[in-house]
Ligand binder design. Structure first.
Ligand code: SF4
Length: 373
């Protein structure tokens, strides 16, 4: 029996797909190169932008012919998009040939649902779930091993769907993370450990007793082995001095911080509910530069947030110019149903968002060229 997994979205999803692959191999499936050869095709979806959802709908729709040819083919769709009620409904109504639909909280029960599908279509989308601890992984990222340390987010940035589809922050116990990393290092083939979480700087606040992210970093660095440690993603409001000091001191930690600013304008940052100002953000950047010379810094920006004026967009350009990032990721605002920003006045036309994102990317290109010189 063969499986084919299609993954959309972020590194956390790539890692979730490693779990799905581990589960499938545990029950006797083997990977295959083409979806035409598969007995089960799994879509691990993303909901962060409308474009990602459209691609899933297009690709699932394309499987109709394949399903006609092979009645035993199982098609499963899971992840963030199916956790979103309207998208799940659309999927179920439009594609009656999809056999299994799971949300984010139970996708690792895929093996059980493959068994159950003999009885008919299986749909289970839960409102909440525990963080998975003991699972087989099929690691697929070369000499890098992803390690999930937490899931969910409590921040509710007004444009973001993550807290609705991944739930509130849940941290894994530190002892389980350390045990997983020890096992990874014992295998001898991984040179890099990357810790994953929507907001890693909040790690451990929900544990009893609390464990700080800096303690976790120090304890991982104390493990024997020749490896580098990195993490993503940091929220500027939670990046503490303690974490910056730890990155500075520990040789094993990569001197790299991805610090999404999203906007350079204080009114827009407030509307986004980011809970920091441009000044506060710059203060953190200055601290990083002072304590960790040569630290690479990258960022994310959203342009065309509802009601963003040209002057406010110019503040984003000036922040990028001022910080001189090593690179940036620039996105056009994508309205997500169920978020606060969806209902905000002053939605910006697509053509204007495109103009702004191109302008930001052109600036980025110029700055990179200057830095490379
Ligand atoms: S911090 Fe904001 S942008 Fe990041 S996952 Fe949480 S709500 Fe979304």
């Amino acid at each position: 029996m063969k499986y084919f997994i299609v993954t959309y979205g972020c590194q956390m999803n790539v890692h979730e797909s490693e779990k799905l692959a581990g589960i499938l191999e545990n029950i006797g499936y083997q990977p295959c190169e083409k979806r035409e050869e598969a007995d089960i095709i799994v879509f691990n979806t993303c909901a962060i932008r409308e474009g990602a959802e459209d691609r899933v709908f297009g690709n699932v729709g394309n499987l109709k012919k394949l399903k006609k040819k092979n009645k035993n083919l199982i098609i499963a769709v899971c992840g963030c998009m199916t956790q979103k009620e309207d998208s799940a409904q659309k999927l179920l109504n439009t594609f009656p040939f999809v056999d299994i639909v799971l949300g984010t909280f139970n996708m690792t029960k895929l093996g059980y649902f493959i068994e159950a599908v003999k009885k008919g279509r299986q749909i289970e989308i839960l409102d909440e779930g525990e963080i998975d601890e003991v699972l087989p992984y099929k690691r697929t990222s070369g000499d890098n091993a992803w390690v999930n340390i937490m899931q969910g987010c409590n921040n509710f940035c007004t444009y973001c769907i993550v807290p609705y589809v991944k739930g509130r922050e849940k941290s894994r116990k530190e002892e389980n993370i350390l045990k997983e990393i020890k096992e990874i290092l014992k295998e001898g083939k991984y040179k890099k450990i990357t810790l994953l979480g929507q907001n890693v700087n909040s790690y451990g606040k929900d544990l009893n007793p609390e464990v700080s992210f800096s303690k976790l970093l120090k304890d991982i660095c104390a493990l024997d082995g020749d490896f580098t440690l990195s993490f993503m993603t940091s929220h500027p409001k939670d990046l503490t001095d303690d974490v910056i000091d730890t990155i500075a001191k520990e040789d094993k930690i990569e001197k790299y911080i991805h610090l999404p600013a999203q906007s350079g304008n204080n009114r827009i940052l407030k509307l986004m509910n980011r809970k920091y100002t441009r000044e506060k953000y710059l203060e953190i950047i200055n601290k990083i530069r002072a304590k960790i010379p040569n630290c690479r810094i990258t960022s994310d920006f959203i342009v065309g947030f509802p009601s963003e004026t040209e002057e406010e967009f110019n503040d984003t350009l000036s922040l990028v110019e001022q910080v001189k990032y090593d690179s940036i990721f620039a996105f056009m605002f994508s309205s997500r149903s169920g978020t606060v920003a969806e209902k905000m006045d002053g939605q910006i036309p697509e053509s204007e968002k495109k103009r702004r994102v191109n302008k930001l990317l052109a600036l980025e290109k110029r700055l990179q060229k200057e830095a490379n010189k």
